[in-house]
Write a protein that binds this ligand. Structure first.
Ligand code: ADP
Length: 632
């Protein structure tokens, strides 16, 4: 009892939908706390690569010690070279000069270094430390003498080496540490006035720092001056005035001078100098990528999980896989567009993982259901087969066991009838009724047998070249006694027809049925017109009566199996099989049967049979005279 209740509860449509919703919610909630850093950062990098680069601020100029400088000087630039270069920079009046090269590592005599220190001090010069010192930033060690008075600022871009994706890619920039702005935001503040780290788009808390994601541009975006060029040539002041000059190394020798970026994970992917330019620009333009709120992640995970469940349960596997692929592709494309045009990062890992989880949980469930269904189907099929067998056994029994005693009853009735003199009128009437009833029963059995032959597809046409008119005449002769009983006159109007291939027995059944119906459903003293003609290669046979007609609502159904029009049910004997068989037999000949009827006025049945004369071996005139040999 309780199992039944559970089963019917499970079959309820709303319970079904409810369970799916609940499962989708469960998956969404369970996945929520997990962080798929590797997957997410891969998707992030992929988006960064595919999105068009934003414009740069135009505020940043790079000055780099690169291969050419070393080659031309035949050594590293020394204190005096630096002095000349800084002097020239000072004249061009930049807004800031940030050196990522520690001045205390520059070679030169103490006097030269002191002079360099003095020149640097006249500039808005700062040494950008690439790491946060272990001691923290509240107590920064000053530079070694004679640079002890030059400012030092930590300016780390942080690689995901031991955290997050752990792939060594520099994606983030530290804005504040120990609640203090570091170098980049401090410089940017002078341009954009943002004094609070949370004034930056996409700023997030990470350990003790506030950070943003760096929006990278293609390598080579920033105007770059070679150290040796500045040293040897006059400097165009306009290129520098009011700008931020970043000094660093790009000699392709030391991996520490380079970072890996979302665009490229090669060892020397992008110079650290250019990374700083990108970081600075991200702040100057306040265009750091921002992570969409958690509810967006939850919403997409939920929607995609739900879609997956429905697709896996309802769509055929190949089509389902394709739809899921399309949905995922559309989703990824959407996240790409959101990144490219709004700087939004929509997490893709949760929906993606959810699809796989759903797939692997729901597919077995679907298999179980389908297995059960096919088992049920198999059982039903077996039952049907058994029923079918029972039916044909029954049919066989009908043909043998019923027909023989019926014939005997009829025969005996005839024998008794022959003893005419000894019978009174009541006895004669009883004998007639016996004959008539057994005749009806024989006909009914014949119809049922035809039906079973049709259904078991045993029916095959026995084609012979015959004249339809002759068949009709014979049918009329045989049914005439029925017509006479009701004083019905059967009038014929038959055009001579060519003989053509047909199954005589089947068509006899058809015409007998049509004529007997006309008699059966017509009142006494009426006429029945049986006519034939040939029209466009078709023999057209019509049986028209002046009987009760067929109600319009029933007209479309009289050829259905066991169908009887409402005005015949209950008042006239019949089984509703005759017209069904007639239609079937006519259609076996590639013909058509139609009916037109007006209630209480009469009905006309029209049979159209294609006359395939090419196959006919001979043809006869309507009187049956053979004219063999002539082929039409
Ligand atoms: P039945 O054994 O009932 O006559 P048929 O299949 O021969 O079965 O005919 C189906 C139904 O079509 C009949 O029950 C009757 O209602 C209607 N019908 C058939 N022929 C005629 C007709 N000539 N006049 C009126 N109704 C007819």
């Amino acid at each position: 009892m309780s199992v039944n209740w559970l089963e019917s509860w499970l079959k309820n449509k709303w319970v079904h939908h409810g369970l799916r919703l609940a499962f989708a919610t469960l998956i969404t909630v369970l996945l929520f706390p997990f962080k798929f850093y590797v997957l997410e950062s891969t998707a992030y990098d992929w988006r960064m690569q595919l999105s068009p680069d934003p414009r740069s601020s135009g505020q940043v100029v790079l000055l780099s010690i690169e291969h050419e400088t070393i080659k031309r000087l035949k050594r590293e630039p020394e204190a005096l070279d630096w002095a000349v270069v800084l002097q020239k920079l000072a004249q061009a009046q930049p807004a800031h000069v940030v050196s990522f090269i520690n001045p205390s590592q520059i070679q030169g005599s103490y006097d030269d270094l002191s002079m360099l220190s003095e020149i640097a001090a006249r500039l808005p010069f700062v040494f950008g430390e690439n790491d946060i010192p272990k001691t923290g930033i509240s107590r920064l060690d000053p530079l070694a003498a004679p640079f002890e008075n030059l400012p030092v600022e930590p300016a780390p871009g942080t690689a995901d080496r031991s955290v997050l994706a752990r792939d060594g890619v520099t994606r983030r920039l530290i804005l504040t540490y120990e609640n203090r702005f570091l170098l980049h935001p401090r410089i940017a503040q002078e341009f954009n006035g943002i004094s609070n780290p949370h004034g930056y788009r996409g700023a997030f808390q990470f350990l003790e720092s506030t950070q943003v994601l760096i929006r990278y541009r293609e390598k080579g975006t920033y105007p770059t001056l070679r150290f040796v060029d500045v040293l040897e040539n006059p400097l165009v002041a306009e290129a520098i005035r009011g700008k931020i000059v970043l000094i660093g190394r790009d000699t392709q020798e030391n991996a520490a001078d380079y970072v890996q970026t979302p665009q490229s994970k090669e060892l020397l992917a992008l110079s650290r100098l250019e990374m700083h330019a990108n970081a600075l620009d991200t702040l100057l333009l306040n265009q750091a990528p921002r992570v969409a709120p958690d509810w967006v992640k939850l919403l997409f995970t939920f929607i995609i999980t739900l879609l997956t469940i429905y697709i896996v349960l309802n769509v055929r596997p190949a089509k389902g896989l394709m739809s899921l692929g399309l949905i995922m592709f559309a989703f990824l494309l959407f996240t790409l567009a959101m990144f490219a045009f709004g700087g939004w990062i929509i997490y893709v890992s949760h929906p993606l993982v959810a699809v796989f989880i759903c797939y692997y949980f729901v597919i077995p469930y679907r298999l179980i259901i389908e297995n059960r269904r096919s088992w049920e189907y198999y059982q039903k099929n077996r039952l049907l087969e058994q029923v079918e067998e029972l039916k044909s056994n029954f049919m066989r029994m009908m043909s043998h066991d019923l027909r023989t005693p019926l014939a005997r009853i009829q025969g005996m009735a005839d024998v008794v009838r022959k003893e005419d003199g000894h019978l009174n009128s009541t006895q004669r009437m009883a004998l007639d009724t016996i004959s008539q009833s057994s005749e009806e029963l024989t006909e009914f059995i014949a119809s049922i047998l035809s039906l079973s032959r049709i259904e078991s597809k045993e029916m095959k046409l026995q084609l012979r070249s015959r004249d339809v008119n002759q068949i009709l005449r014979e049918v009329i002769r045989r049914t005439d006694y029925l017509a006479k009983r009701k004083n019905i006159e059967i009038v014929t109007e038959m055009e001579p027809l060519f003989s053509f291939n047909l199954d005589e027995d089947l068509l006899k059944t058809v015409f007998t049925n049509l004529i007997e119906n006309s008699i059966k459903y017509s009142p006494e003293n009426t006429k029945i017109l049986v006519s034939t003609e040939e029209l466009e290669g078709e023999a057209i046979i019509q049986v028209a009566d002046q009987g009760r007609g067929i109600p319009t609502e029933d007209l479309g159904h009289v050829f259905d199996r066991f169908y009887r029009a409402r005005n015949s049910r209950g008042n006239t004997a019949g089984n509703g099989l005759g017209l069904y068989l007639a239609k079937y037999f006519v259609e076996l000949h590639d013909g058509r049967i139609e009916v037109e009827s007006v209630l209480d006025k009469g009905s006309t049945f029209t049979v159209r049979l294609p006359m395939d004369l090419s196959k006919a071996s001979d043809y006869r005139d309507f009187d049956g005279t053979e004219r063999g040999g002539l082929h039409v």
